[in-house]
Design a binder for this molecule. Structure first.
Ligand code: AGP
Length: 611
């Protein structure tokens, strides 16, 4: 997602727009730009990187204007760069636009614009198509809203677009379809933005723009029209949030907001990769049967939470594609002279795409001839750029240091890769594929329903937060989730937390069990359920306090546990997507009870770009 700001009125548009973009950086931060109407011309300034780069670019320039638009980007089409940054201009430079979303039919529109109108495209983006379309329609229209309306009729996809024209000055025209847009109501000035934080400093009264609507903004009026251009009467929304709360859309912390964004992230990561007959399309990644049959081994290499996603990936890919998978932490992989050659597929998982350990491991594998596929959340990041193929997670910007939605979308990519490889190699049947895809596609809804029970987890956290040591145990896929749950707890609550495969406890670690030791026991794998019950009995016999996580319906575990968290029923392979969420919430509420800095924990950074 991206951040959009537009202003027209009696004050200096430039400062208001830059200030608004800063409040929207959580929506995307890989490049930023501004277009200002000055003396009958459109002046566009844009730069790759954060908004401070744009500020430095325009510092000292006399860019005084009363009307303009701005954009902070989260790249979807085209790597972050100056030229791919928004705003984009029409061929004649008389129209400029900013866009949040995806124009699904941009390829055909681009071809038409080139062939029929001899347009010269400058960027790799889908958005530039919009600027040229409106520019061409503007030449046959009396006003900007006519041109925008005609362009809307040609576009398919999800978009929030704001346009300005040098031939219809002191006006913003915006349209909305499946991407947020609001209008801010000032006095002698009016605003357009993706989200409330951008405007909160200036206005408290806004219009919420609905799907299919167009809004025409001048310094003295804000008029809304429906998809047939009939005027719409809209009630004023009075904003009561403070700025900080608004960036978090009302959530107290980015981490909680991102936990609740997981159903959408998983759904986006799935749906953008299923074609009309439900087959997986890997965004241009070619992994043919021949290539897959040639791989003698797959390495999944990452750090921290991304490494824990790899642990699940190993089980899934080996089970579905029958190719041996080795998972390693990047900082170890690169120094153990790994057995890598041209018959190796190296999968790097990284939210930021800038983790130096992971990047260095990738370079080592590349040097040894491996095929490099990366699973990355930040478009155009270093890991993405240095890979042969990139499989993007569509989690949107993840701001909290503790990774949550990036993790579950990484898991989703592991499932999609495993299914794709298995189908290509014929190691899973078409029927199994369809059943699994159906079950996977049902997870976002199940997760959304589950999240409504966050109060249960909060109550448990209030009961159990005051511990100086916590254990996480599990078997099979549950052990991978135990590692992730333990990392979540330690990194934001600073409690000494420890994860171990439940079957390994008796080989030494159980010596640590004292009366009252808190153990979170994951028991969601049906085929290992009885074994887990035995392990729980072992630690209960030594006085441990056991909080179990199990699938709804497995009531037997209640008699063996102090408390039980139930997750919705699902097939064993998919339980990680559900069982990790109560652990994320538990960690969040425990840290909150302990008064920790949840979004920015001590000693940590969102992206570790040092060795
Ligand atoms: C996870 O909550 C931590 N913030 C950390 O372990 C993180 O997963 C790790 O540093 C890897 O980061 P990356 O995914 O951006 O490469």
């Amino acid at each position: 997602m991206c951040g959009i700001v537009g202003y027209t009125g009696r004050d200096n548009a430039r400062d208001i727009i830059i200030d608004g973009l800063k409040k929207l950086e959580y929506r995307g931060y890989d490049s930023a730009g501004i277009a200002l109407l000055i003396d009958g011309e459109i002046n566009i300034k844009k730069h790759v990187g954060g908004i401070e780069n744009l500020e430095n670019l325009i510092a000292g320039e006399n860019l005084y204007s009363h009307t303009g638009i701005g954009h902070t980007r989260w790249a979807t089409h085209g790597a972050p760069s100056d030229i791919n940054a928004h705003p984009h201009a029409s061929e004649d430079g008389r129209v400029a636009i900013v866009h949040n979303g995806i124009i699904e039919n941009y390829v055909e529109l681009k071809e038409e614009l080139i062939k029929k109108h001899h347009v010269h495209f400058k960027s790799e983006t889908d958005s530039e198509v919009v600027a040229h379309l409106i520019g061409i329609y503007m030449q046959e229209s009396d006003c900007l809203e006519d041109a925008v309306f005609k362009a809307m009729g040609r576009m398919r996809g999800a978009y929030a677009i704001v346009a300005v024209s040098a031939d219809d000055p002191d006006k913003l025209v915006a349209v909305r379809k499946d991407a947020p847009l609001i209008a801010g109501l000032g006095k002698g000035s009016n605003f357009i933005a993706s989200d409330i934080p951008a405007l909160l400093k200036y206005v408290k009264e806004i219009y919420l723009i609905e799907n299919g609507e167009m809004v025409v903004v001048t310094p003295d009026s804000v008029k809304i029209f429906d998809e047939n251009r009939n005027p719409v009467k809209r009630d004023v929304f009075h904003v009561t949030w403070d700025v900080d709360a608004a960036e978090k859309e009302g959530y107290e912390h980015f981490m909680l907001k991102e936990i609740f964004e997981q159903p959408k992230g998983i759904s986006e990561t799935i749906n953008r990769r299923l074609d009309e007959d439900g087959k997986i399309k890997l965004d241009g990644i070619s992994l043919t049967k021949e290539e897959l049959d040639r791989f003698s081994r797959i390495y999944i290499v990452a750090c921290g939470t991304a490494y824990h996603a790899g642990l699940v990936g190993k089980t899934i890919i080996e089970k579905f594609a029958k190719i041996p998978v080795e998972v390693d932490v990047a900082s170890e992989f690169r120094y153990r002279d790994p057995l890598v050659d041209e018959n190796t597929l190296f999968i790097a998982i990284s939210q930021s795409g800038e983790t130096l350990d992971t990047l260095a491991a990738l370079r080592e594998a590349k040097r040894k001839g491996a095929r490099i596929l990366s699973v990355v959340n930040v478009v155009g990041s270093s890991v993405a750029r240095e890979s042969d193929d990139v499989f993007y997670t569509w989690a949107g910007p993840e701001i909290a240091v503790a990774s949550t939605k990036a993790y579950t979308t990484q898991l989703t990519c592991m499932y999609l890769l495993g299914l794709y490889m298995g189908l290509q190699r014929g190691t899973i049947t078409e029927e199994f594929y369809r059943e699994f895809i159906e079950d996977l596609s049902a997870i976002p809804q199940k997760l959304g329903d589950y999240l409504k029970k966050k109060g249960e987890i909060e109550a448990l956290a209030k009961l159990l937060y005051n511990r100086d040591q916590v254990f996480f145990i599990g078997r099979g896929l549950d052990s991978a989730i135990a590692y992730e749950g333990s990392l979540k707890l330690k990194e934001i609550s600073y409690i000494n937390s420890f994860a171990i495969a439940a079957g390994e406890l008796k080989h030494g670690t159980i010596a640590l069990m004292e009366p009252g030791t808190l153990v979170l026991a994951l028991a969601t794998q049906d085929f290992l359920y009885e074994k887990m019950i035995s392990n729980i009995q072992e630690i209960k016999a030594r006085g441990a306090h056991v909080l179990s996580i199990a699938k709804e319906g497995n009531r037997a575990i209640e008699s063996q546990s102090n408390e039980v968290i139930y997750i919705p029923p699902c097939r064993d392979e998919l339980s990680p997507l559900l069982s990790v969420v109560p652990l994320q919430l538990f960690s969040y509420y425990v840290a909150k009870e302990r008064g920790c800095n949840i979004d920015k924990p001590k000693n940590l950074a969102k992206s570790v770009t040092v060795e």
